[in-house]
Design a binder for this molecule. Structure first.
Ligand code: ZN
Ligand code: ZN
Length: 555
């Protein structure tokens, strides 16, 4: 009897980000992606949210490798964190994907902990008991791969992030014919597929349709300096920006370290095709008239530390935004980033620039296929079982409904979430709920841990502020040595605050005296009394509940 195969979802099912799954059979575990999710403004102080790394740490001796489907942060961004916690395994991916992985690992001195194994389009590799065929797929980064994984329970097809672009900029189309052939023989036992746009009808526009629009914008701004921003890994967009610039004899410079590095990587791999002398160093920008240059920058999401927002705020070392600039934002804000992008646009306009964004002109298309493309994949792959992945819950549900509307039986489509495990056995696929906890937070730079109330405290502090009350007591003689004092941060200010502080001091002092007259007072009872007295006064007077921090010092 063939061994069972389990797939445990460690992230990426329920939000878009931190994609990571562990596929296991016998005592072997193969990772499918290892990404991070950037924290939102509701998570102050959190850098990013990672997949459930504990699951991997508990099985460290079983990990035989990691497939990285493509180079987006939500698929590779947690590799450094995982490797830095003592795990060692080889990483498989396309040349461009591994180039991006290498940058991340180099930054953390982790290259020694892994072997980067490059795979070519349509190549098959045996990794332990798993045979993996890497098929090219179109997406918003070069080198994306669908993996067809041969397991003891048949083929598991992992779509990766994809759209079905009939006219990809690099001519590298999705290998649907091969998926069709596998569906024919031996058949696809289970498919896991991208659900990001499962609730959007139609098809996603081809990336190459951006070229003519970009050229138009360049022509309309012939005498002006053009500053463009897009995702730093989106080399097909960068290629089309370069083509539009070269058409007008503009010279090109990159702005922002990741754009500089990614363009260099793409040029070295032949992913970007650029005339040799088209680039100049951004530090020489002063040598050119506005209409002679094009700058390709990072920071299309308004990230405050990225190059474009820095320039918009007037803090760039290299460029100063002015009335000769047209800034072209070739991206949509990711949900959650709208406010940051809006602030940046205001800053740019304040400095005199004209801003062209995707709300005005069609200068962006998604990297994720919509319902018609998902339908095509389902029809070609014709899987026996299906689990939607990569999406918020509503996207997963929409994708499950799409699959059943195409003729799959309801009980052949399983809806899993983070922490769930699916088990593929001789009788089919079953779902085990919550075999693992879910996610971890990366707090405060290098400290990694689950949230035990830190976030709630931070949000409370942010909204209500903090009041601390310090009392000094001689524990031997059971006497207060001086009046308590109050310190507040982010609470009431000025005279209002002072008046209430005086009341707090009186009430707290009285409460301590009362407590010291009881028979069984101790430090804990004193602290409780201080907290209660101060808390009720603060709440009555200000109708707010700042964090109360009582301190009792024994002298
Ligand atoms: Zn993704
Ligand atoms: Zn992606």
């Amino acid at each position: 009897m063939p061994a069972e195969v389990t797939i445990t979802f460690l992230g990426g099912l329920g939000d878009i980000g931190r994609n990571c799954a562990a596929i296991e059979t016998g005592d072997e575990l193969l990772l499918l992606d290892c990404g991070q999710l950037f924290a939102s403004e509701d998570e102050p102080g959190v850098d990013s949210i990672l997949p459930d790394i504990d699951y991997l740490l508990e099985r460290s001796d079983r990990i035989i490798g990691c497939l990285v489907t493509h180079g987006h942060e939500d698929h590779i961004g947690a590799l450094a964190q995982v490797l830095s916690r003592g795990l060692e395994f080889p990483i498989y991916g396309s040349a461009f994907t591994l180039g991006l992985v290498k940058y991340r690992l180099e930054e953390r001195n982790l290259l020694g902990r892994t072997e980067l194994i490059e795979v070519a389009d349509d190549e098959s590799v045996q990794i332990g008991s798993f045979g993996v065929e890497f098929l090219p797929v179109t997406h918003s980064v070069p080198g994306g791969m669908i993996s067809a994984i041969t397991t003891p329970q048949g083929i598991v097809l992992h779509s990766s992030d994809f759209k079905l672009d009939p006219h990809p900029v690099d001519g590298r189309r999705t290998n649907l014919p091969r998926i069709g052939a596998l569906a024919e023989s031996p058949g696809i036992r289970l498919m896991l597929a991208d659900s990001t746009n499962a609730d959007s009808p139609g098809t996603t526009a081809s990336e190459s349709s951006m070229g003519p629009t970009l050229s138009d914008v360049f022509r309309e701004n012939a005498d002006r300096r053009i500053i463009t921003a897009c995702f730093a890994s989106h080399m097909h967009r960068v290629q089309q920006i370069i083509d539009a610039a070269v058409e007008q004899d503009r010279r090109i410079a990159t702005l922002g370290l990741s754009m500089l590095k990614n363009v260099a990587l793409a040029r070295s791999l032949g992913v970007l095709k650029v005339p040799e002398d088209s680039f100049f160093d951004i530090k020489d920008i002063g040598d050119f008239a506005p209409g002679q240059t094009c700058i390709i920058s990072t920071g299309s999401q308004g990230e405050s530390r990225a190059a474009l927002a820095t320039a918009a705020a007037g803090n760039s070392k290299w460029i100063s935004i002015n009335k000769h600039d047209t800034v072209l934002l070739s991206s949509h804000p990711i949900p959650g980033n709208e406010a940051k992008v809006s602030t940046m646009i205001n800053d740019l306009v304040r400095r005199g620039a004209e801003v062209v964004h995707s709300g005005l002109v069609d200068i962006h298309t998604s990297g994720h296929g919509k319902r018609a493309e998902l339908t095509t994949l389902h029809t070609v792959a014709n899987p026996e079982w299906f689990v939607p992945v990569h999406g918020e819950y509503r996207h997963l549900v929409a994708h499950a409904e799409l699959a059943t509307s195409l003729g799959m039986a309801d009980d052949r489509v399983l809806l899993a979430e983070d922490g769930d495990q699916i088990v593929l056995g001789n009788k089919g696929l079953r779902l085990k709920k919550k075999v693992t906890k879910g996610h971890h937070l990366l707090l405060n730079g290098d400290f990694l841990g689950p949230d035990r109330g830190v976030l709630a405290d931070r949000l409370g502090l942010g909204q209500q502020g903090m009041v601390s009350i310090t009392a000094v007591v001689d524990f031997d003689s059971a006497r207060q040595m001086c009046d308590p004092w109050v310190e507040a941060r982010g609470w009431l200010d000025g005279d209002d605050g002072r008046e209430i502080s005086e009341q707090i001091i009186k009430l707290v002092s009285k409460a301590i005296d009362e407590e010291l007259r009881t028979a069984d007072w101790n430090r804990d009872t004193l602290i409780r009394r201080v907290r209660r007295a101060a808390g009720s006064c603060v709440h009555q007077q200000s109708r707010r509940r700042p964090m109360i921090v009582p301190i009792v010092i024994d002298v």
